[in-house]
Design a protein around this ligand. Structure first.
Ligand SMILES: C[S@@+](CC[C@H](N)C(=O)[O-])C[C@H]1O[C@@H](n2cnc3c(N)ncnc32)[C@H](O)[C@@H]1O
Ligand SMILES: O=c1cc(-c2ccc(O)cc2)oc2c(O)c(O)ccc12
Length: 230
């Protein structure tokens, strides 16, 4: 069984990648959080561990210290980020669902990284707007990860482009939405059509955004990595 919605259509190859290069290097507390998340009815929403591995590498390459997380759920990508950034690093994480966050919290505490996390129980947009009211926050973040309500991705992008420093990175999850972006609309289930349309519009807008260098990746459910150029 695929652990999450994934673009890679070879179950064997994904299993090989995860079992060879990802699971053996996954921190014990992350593994425990992932297993606890699997019992949640929406457990499929958790960030894929191979995506997590890539995010950790980006964080290390950037020497990221100050990050933003939009969409926490039970906290797989949050714990991964907290484990990766330095002891005095900070993550501002936002999600209206505190109950899901509390599923992951014991593992965050066990890992000894809770002090790096400022969890804000709220939709992300007003929090990002509030951050922007203080000019000191502009261009002060090293990294952002967006894995939340797909209809607001462009709104998040506009704010993150001001909050992240030049050379900073923002990563967007689910940009290929189960592969539906490459299918004719009538071949996509009614349930997926709206998010397919949103993904198409977001991907096109990002592609045209001259402020960025971008990479479109077919990992997990599709990832866009953006570096702010100016
Ligand atoms: C796919 S999950 C996030 C997965 C998470 N990155 C992980 O590693 O498990 C999407 C999350 O977005 C949250 N969400 C929905 N609307 C939101 C909003 N307006 N602002 C912030 N988070 C939101 C949901 O509550 C849900 O927990
Ligand atoms: O099936 C999903 C649904 C979401 C989702 C739905 C509604 C929201 O407000 C936020 C997120 O996110 C997903 C996701 O990030 C994923 O990797 C797989 C599936 C889903």
């Amino acid at each position: 069984m695929f652990p999450n919605p994934v673009i890679l259509q070879s179950e064997g190859l994904l299993k090989y990648i995860l079992e060879t290069g990802v699971y053996p290097r996954e921190a014990e507390t992350l593994k425990e959080l992932r297993n606890a998340t699997a019992k949640h009815p929406l457990g499929f929403m958790g960030t894929a561990p191979d995506v997590g591995q890539l995010i950790a590498m980006l964080l290390k390459m950037l020497n990221a210290k100050k990050t933003i997380e939009v969409g926490v759920f039970t906290g797989y990508s949050l714990l991964l980020t907290a484990l990766t950034i330095p002891h005095d690093g900070k993550i501002i994480a936002m999600d209206p669902d505190r109950k899901a966050y509390e599923i992951g919290l014991p593992f965050i505490r066990k890992a000894g990284v809770e002090h790096k996390i400022d969890f804000i129980e709220s939709p992300a947009l007003p929090v990002l707007d509030k951050l922007l009211e203080d000019g000191e926050n502009e261009g002060s973040f090293d990294f952002g990860f967006v894995d939340a309500d797909k209809n607001n991705y462009w709104n998040y992008h506009e704010r993150l482009m001001r909050l992240v420093k030049i050379g900073g990175v923002v990563v967007y999850d689910n940009t290929l939405w189960g592969g539906s972006v490459a299918l004719a609309e009538e071949r996509v289930s009614e349930a997926k059509r709206e998010w397919r349309r949103l993904s198409l519009a977001f991907n096109e807008a990002i592609s045209k955004d001259s402020r960025l260098q971008i990479a479109f990746l077919s990992i997990g459910d599709g990832l866009i990595i953006c570096t702010r150029l100016r």
